[in-house]
Design a protein. Structure first.
Length: 68
């Protein structure tokens, strides 16, 4: 073993707008936890933000790549 120890902590959380699953990934180094990553999954994020806008008349967004 290379001495690399990792811990994953998962929480099922409830926020004002809905439920979410949060995952924290830590590496243990010199007896201390170092955060390697944080991930959150929630159906709340499946919806478009309230300030999202759609292109007019089905046009491509301004930042879309042009055809080659």
């Amino acid at each position: 073993m290379n001495g690399d120890h990792r811990i994953s902590i998962v929480y099922d959380s409830t926020f004002e707008k809905g439920k979410a699953r949060e995952e924290f990934l830590y590496r243990i180094q010199d007896g201390k936890g170092i955060l390697l990553g944080y991930h959150i999954n929630s159906p709340v994020f499946d919806d478009k933000p309230a300030n999202a806008t759609e292109p007019a008349n089905g046009a491509e967004p301004a930042n879309a790549a042009a055809p080659a």
